[in-house]
Design a protein around this ligand. Structure first.
Ligand code: HEC
Length: 142
């Protein structure tokens, strides 16, 4: 692989920009003041608050089949999200943990006799994707 000087310069400049963009501007996650990259406590998600617009798209591809457009719920399938006291009462971290596990019919807390599958049955969703969906849920509950 050959790089001329200009190409190399551009590459280095790009990398520095990238590093700067990643280390700056994310004050919310570094408020603890520790300033290290070490693992956060178990109850705090390793990702920052999500992107509701992206969350809506992800919801519409994975969750809408049971929870309906706008998350209003579908009788005999998923529950209403805007009306959910469960969603309202949980932190983002708690909801992330819940959505990753779901609530099967064998769970004593299941209320409908219908499975809520882990990640809505889409294992490809990353934690950050689920955080985006949670951000979307917050907009539904306003
Ligand atoms: C196969 C149908 C199905 C899919 C797909 C699905 N859900 Fe669910 N979901 C359910 C059911 C059924 C419940 C209620 C479980 C019970 O009886 O308590 C539920 C409950 C929930 C709850 C708790 C609501 C409450 O008030 O207790 C949340 C939050 C939730 N789902 C999020 C999601 C998200 C996010 C997705 C997409 C990633 C998703 N669901 C996809 C069926 C589904």
């Amino acid at each position: 692989m050959k790089l001329n000087k200009i190409g190399l310069f551009i590459l280095v400049a790009f990398l520095m920009l990238f590093v700067a963009a990643c280390s700056g501007g994310d004050d919310a996650s570094s408020s603890g003041g520790g300033g290290s990259e070490s693992a956060p406590p178990a109850d705090v998600p390793a990702v920052s608050a999500g992107d509701a617009a992206k969350g809506e798209e992800l919801f519409n591809s994975t969750c809408i089949a049971c929870h309906g457009a706008g998350g209003v719920g579908i009788e005999g399938l998923g529950k209403s999200i805007p009306d959910s006291e469960f969603v309202r009462g949980k932190s983002d971290a708690e909801l992330l943990a819940f959505i990753k596990v779901g609530r099967s019919i064998s769970d004593p807390e299941n209320t409908t006799g219908v499975d809520m599958p882990p990640k809505g049955g889409n294992p490809a969703l990353s934690d950050s994707d689920v955080m985006d969906i949670i951000a979307y849920f917050r907009t539904l509950q306003q």
